[in-house]
Each structure stands twice: as C-alpha cells, then as structure tokens.
Design a binder for this molecule. Sequence first.
Ligand SMILES: [Zn+2]
Length: 465
Amino acid sequence: MRKNIWKKIVPFVAILLLLLNPITGLEIQASGKSEKVDDDFMSHEELGQRLDQIEKTSSGRVEVDVIGHSQQGRDIYAARVGTGNQVLLINGNIHGNEKSGPEALMQMFEILGTSDSSRAQAVREEVTIVAVPRLNVDGAEITQRQNVFPWDEVIAAYPHLEGAEPAWNYSERNGGFDINRDFNPDLSYEPVLEDLPGSSAEPGFFLTNESRILRELYLDLKAEFGKVEAFVDLHHMGTPKTNKTGEDVTIAIDYPPLGPDNSPKYDDWPELDQEKSIRYALAAALGVKKFSDDEEPGVARYLHPEERDLPGQARSSFALNGTATVLFEMPGQQPRYGYDQELIDRVENGLWGIATRMADDSINNLNGDDFFSLPKYWTESASDMKTLVERFKKEGEFDSDDVARSLSTHLTAVIIYEEKGLSEKIVKHMKIFKLLLDHQKEKGLIADNAYNRLKDDADYLIEKW
Ligand SMILES: [Zn+2]
C-alpha cells in the first residue's frame, strides 16, 4: 500500500521540481537559506536539552525548573544561579521571532555554571540571576511574534469576557497575543470586560499563561528577596543606522517608555525610578564595549521619544513596581535574519555589564547622563534632522553643498522655534521644508534615501507639534 502511493508521488514531485527549478531557483535557494539559518537557533526540545546539560555540569550551581506551561502546553523553563541577595531577572524571546536572547543566556549560564574565574565567582556571590530564556515557546516554534491563543479559547478560559471586543494586542491574523503588551503594573490585576479592548497607552490584561507565569515568578522573587533589583528583556528589531555617522546599529538599549519625566500620569507609583533604570541601561552598553575585542561603535539608544508611553510592557510594569529595567534590541528579526554569533556574544556581554556592576556595586555610581551620549537613530527634533542632513551631505546624497545648505538653514530656524515652543511656526516651517524637499526631488538634486527619511521625519515633527 505504502509502496503504491510512492510510485504515484515520486514522479509527480520530480516533474514539479524540474518545472520550478529553472524559473525560481534563486528564490527557492534564498528562502531555503533563510529557513536553514533560522533553524540554527535552538528548538524548544534543544533548549530543554541544553538547560539539562547546563544543570548537570554545574556542580549544583545552576537550578532549572519548569515554571509553568504555555497556551499550547509546552514547558516554560527558568534557570537560576548565584547566592547573592540582589536579584537580576532576565527574560528572553517574549516575541517568538526574536531568538538571540535564549542563545546568549545559554552561553552565560554555561560560564556561570562551570567557571571559577573571578568574574563568575563575584557574580555568583553577590547576585542571584534568574533567567526565563524563552517565554513565548509556542511563538518561537513557528517563528511568529505572538503566542498561540485564539480569541474563542480566550473566551473559554475567561467566560465573563464573552461579548468583549478582543484586546488591542491580539492579532486576528496570527491567532495570538503580543505578550509584551499583556502586563499591568497592578500585579494582582485580573481581566474585566469593561477594560477591553484597551490601548497601547493603558496597562495590559494578564490574559496569557505566559504573562501570568512571568508575573508569578516576579512576585515569588519579590517575596523571597524583598525586591527584584533589576529586570532585562531581550528583543530583536529592524536594522537602523545611527543619525550622525550612519553606522549600523549593532545593539540598542533602553530604559522604560513611560512618557515625559514631568507627566503626572504615574504619580501613584512612587517606586518608579527612571534614573536607576538609566544607570542599568548604561551598564549594559558599557558591558558590550568592555567585554568585546572590537570597538563596538554601533551600540545605540533604542527608539525613545519622550512621549513614548507603554505601561503594558513587562519592563514598564515591573519598573512601576520599583525594579530597574533594561531593554536590549538586536537588529534583524527571524526568520529573515538568521543566527549571528557576534550578535549573540554582544547580548551576553551586555548582560555581564549589568551583572558585574551589580556585583561590585559600581552600577549605582554610574552617571546616567552618559547614557544619553550614546548614538541615536531616530528623529525627535529639528536638530536631529540637521544631523541627518550633515551625514547625507558627507554620503553624497545631495547634488551639491548648496542643496544641503538650504535644508540646514531652514532647520536652524525651526530649532529656534522649538526652543521657544512656537508650535504654529514649527508646523508652518516644516510644511515649507517638505515643499523644498519635493522641489529638490523633482529637480533630481536629492537621492531617494535622504528624501524619504527627511520627509518622514518632517511629518513626524508636524504631527508632534
Ligand atoms: Zn520584541
């Protein structure tokens, strides 16, 4: 019976391949390659095996536990090492298509489990590191951002939500949630119908097993240690270039996005300490540079205009409870961007930067202002745009220096209006700036790259003011 089926199928497949190959060979090769590279990341099964191995070879230093189950029933692991009284909680792969975090954590735990170096010893003595290498185990298996939790299953799990509009962070297309919007600073919160669907500027709902498991771990550690000193979340993003030098961003680091410093929105959360988070973020950036053999000029700040306000992210919710929180963003999401050992080493180095400075307490003596001298890659003011014009000029994006000069002169005026907060004038002049750009494009005086970026940024400023 089996044989018969293959007799029919094999010639059909062979003909199909013959038909496809000459025409689409390149595409098949390209997509095959990216899938293969994506496969170089650990599967869920391999993650379990690797953790098992780390625990076994650690002479009792590393403890691995199953802390709960994903929506599809997979084990979610946590690894713990060290006996210090400061807790560093590290979370990886909350977005299923962002896979470097778990790889970096395996490398770090292998060292912490087996090494007698002074660095490893100091960290083990002074810090307790608890890592959830892969929170979104279901999303990672199919390489999608969201978990797998269709809305009808949500209603089955929470019948009192029947009739509610799906949460804003639920993706109809992928049948799951952006787990990193499912957190709420009220750590005893339970979802209620009136709060749905919510929005990015409001807290999340703890609807997913995954967010609830991380919440429980956080609360357990808080009960054990009195507080969770620091939390790091490991992500991937796009592939930007720094404003000033056009350098590829090789890792971007951030403190929690909770709106402008002077906003009263979080006055009821007195434990929020943004300065502390900024010092921890700086420690990560310094670690990437210190523990690398290279200069690492691509270490940057992650997108953080002051109005950015995302209380439903894990890092924001924990920060409002008094934890210093740091975001790592690595360039290139999977499956399009594959396994990159240098990138993974960079993440590990950033984590060592935090852990070693917690161990020797130097993290509290850092000057947070230094964080803001790291390069940025986005625009929030006319002076950012002026920096871009200078760079584009050097890169030959303009037909002549005069073209760059006319744009710069315009932006200089807007910088003065920004200082005085003259919103009408800013908007008016940015609109004229756009007309100037259009004119330059029509005359072929500006390259598409520079034109598109400056136009987008002008739109952003007009919207902002
Ligand atoms: Zn992410």
